[in-house]
Design a protein around this ligand. Structure first.
Ligand SMILES: [Mg+2]
Length: 387
């Protein structure tokens, strides 16, 4: 097999929830992504995604530039089934700049597309190519935003997932940057208490501070102690991502398990976090951590250290499809994030989306078709393509 072409598309969309759309600033919430489309001379193609959250699209444009200028010429003519070999060639090629950051981010879309192609070539789902499909369905947790002005309304949004038998509901960040969770601990506690009362204790509840506020390790510990009585399953990203010492200290003392890792790039970040015991639960994102095959390596590393992981998934339908394949291929994957804020790049990007992403009793069904199990609607790519 030989790679014939590599195309990358910067796409942009807003979440379409009315109030989110109205209140967010230009650029929206992580609204820029790079979609990677690789074609082979044999006629098989594959798709991948780089989730390049950046308010003005700068992350996406930088990743696209690397894919077009540096990655594409290095893999055209090569065999896509040698995706691990190609990953290392591309990783090495960015050694002089951003290898460990924008280099891995850009690689994520390429790697996933190559795995998609290779599994289609062998007519198997990607999870089989990655070693075997361990499960036919994956429990989900719904991901929602706090509305700090309205705890009851925030809680009410989660009730649907209790009746839909989701394993958990995660609330995070705040509808707008000006009114974040984590700024006023009294208000934060009142929010978590109200949600717990309205949702009951049957469903897992996760709290994601997100990046609208910065707090220190001891402040985060204070907040964790205030909300632990509401049975919080994990406390996510309470600290700035580079406060690695703060994370180690917080994790050793927090009454609630600490989760982080959605912004980690490449296995080196995960190795450091594991060895330094920075977090209890790792959250690799296939579209940022290095792509489907590399994230598989990362979760195997976590497994070898007996660390729990639950993948982050807050971008397009391509990442959802890739994340399903990742979790399905592992003996210790037990849960995945499912974004609920409506967005056309989730709802319309994949043809027959409702059939592909089938949810039964709060569990997403692993598609049996080859590759990622999706067919991309290229009209939708064109509609949201900005470069
Ligand atoms: Mg998060």
């Amino acid at each position: 097999m030989r790679i014939k072409s590599v195309e990358s598309f910067v796409v942009h969309s807003q979440d379409t929830t009315k109030e989110v759309h109205e209140q967010r600033n230009v650029g929206g919430h992580s609204g820029y992504f790079v979609l990677v489309h690789i074609k082979t001379e044999e006629g098989i193609d594959g798709w991948g995604e780089c989730a390049t959250g950046s308010d003005y699209g700068e992350g996406a444009f930088a990743a696209k530039e690397i894919i077009d200028r540096a990655y594409s010429p290095r893999i055209i003519g090569k065999d896509p089934r040698e995706f691990k070999k190609l990953w290392n060639i591309l990783y090495t090629s960015t050694e002089k700049y951003g290898q460990h950051d924008i280099g891995v981010l850009a690689l994520s879309g390429v790697d996933t597309a190559l795995v998609d192609i290779s599994s289609k070539e062998y007519s198997v789902p990607a999870c089989v190519l990655l070693g075997g499909c361990v499960t036919k369905e994956i429990p989900l947790y719904a991901s929602l935003l706090f509305d700090m002005d309205d705890p009851c309304e925030t809680a009410a949004k989660g009730k649907k997932y209790v009746s839909d038998h989701y394993t958990g509901v995660k609330y995070g960040w705040g509808m707008v940057a000006e009114k974040p969770f984590g700024r006023d601990f009294k208000k934060d506690e009142e929010m978590v208490r109200t949600i717990r009362e309205i949702l009951g204790y049957e469903i897992k509840l996760m709290v994601d501070v997100g990046r609208y506020v910065n707090m220190s390790s001891s402040q985060a510990l204070q907040l964790a102690k205030r909300i632990t009585k509401y049975d919080v399953t994990w406390f996510e990203e309470p600290l700035p991502r580079d406060d690695t010492e703060g994370y180690s200290s917080l994790t050793s003392m927090s009454p609630i398990p600490i989760a982080a890792g959605e912004g980690y790039r490449g296995i080196q970040d995960f190795k450091r976090a594991i060895i330094n015991r920075e977090v209890d639960l790792l959250q690799p994102d296939v579209s940022k951590a290095g792509g489907l095959s590399h994230t598989k390596t990362i979760v195997e590393l976590a497994h070898s250290f007996n660390r729990s992981w639950v993948p982050h998934n807050w971008s397009t339908a391509i990442n959802t499809a890739a994340t399903i394949q990742l979790v399905a291929s592992t003996p210790d994957g037990y849960l995945m994030e499912y974004k609920q804020e409506p967005n056309p790049l989730i709802d319309r990007l994949v043809k027959r989306s409702g059939e592909v992403f089938k949810i039964r009793d709060g569990k997403i069904q692993v598609p049996e078709s080859p590759g990622l199990g999706i067919e991309i609607d290229e009209n939708v790519v064109a509609e949201f393509n900005v470069a």
